[in-house]
Write a protein of this length. Sequence first.
Length: 246
Amino acid sequence: MTATTGRAGLRDFYENPAVPVASGHERSLRQARILARALGPVAPDRAPATVLDVGCGDGTAAATATQALPGHRVIGIDWSQDALRRAAPRLCAAVRGELSGSGLPVATGSADAVLFSEVIEHLVDPDSALDELHRVLRPGGHLMLSTPNLAAWYNRALVLAGVQPVFSEVSLRAIHGRPGREVVGHLRLSTLRALRSLVTASGFEVVAVAGAPYHGVPRPLRPLDRALCRMPSLASILLVHARRMP
């Protein structure tokens, strides 16, 4: 997913139409279903929830969330104009905003939930980003964060074999020493333990964690990848559901 980094070179990288700005459907669906259970259906006695997809990319994750959250309002936010052009037809609203500098164009405490999907691994300053998400969420509001798992089951084997882990990158120009064919601009990767600690230190209470499969796993290994989602610390993708503390 695209995300602000505050550096011109990285901005140019993410504005390149060849750089992927979509997340895997299964991850998006699992995340949306967790949020749907947390928010509940729209009721006559309360207003629909406002859900922000921060770093919405081309809008595929937000569109999936919209289908799982009928009646609630899902708004996509990204700083990339190219991504927003692709997202706009899929969403009720797609607006430009940044996590750094002036911050998101959202009033303090006005969001009921934030989707933060495949963004944090692209950030130079994840602490400030989480501070900004804490600001826009109401007390008790939901944060749905997903990111690749540095300690995914296959990465553990790759490191033991002296191979660069999947998802990690040493260059924005080419792939060096790891499986895969796409450079996607990952700057940081987390284990489940580290991610829990970071989210908690940023003023959130972790409610639940889950795993999601990775679409790039070779087909013969996909059943194993899906099975290991039951053990989030080994899963390809980490899903964290947290709530904003007062």
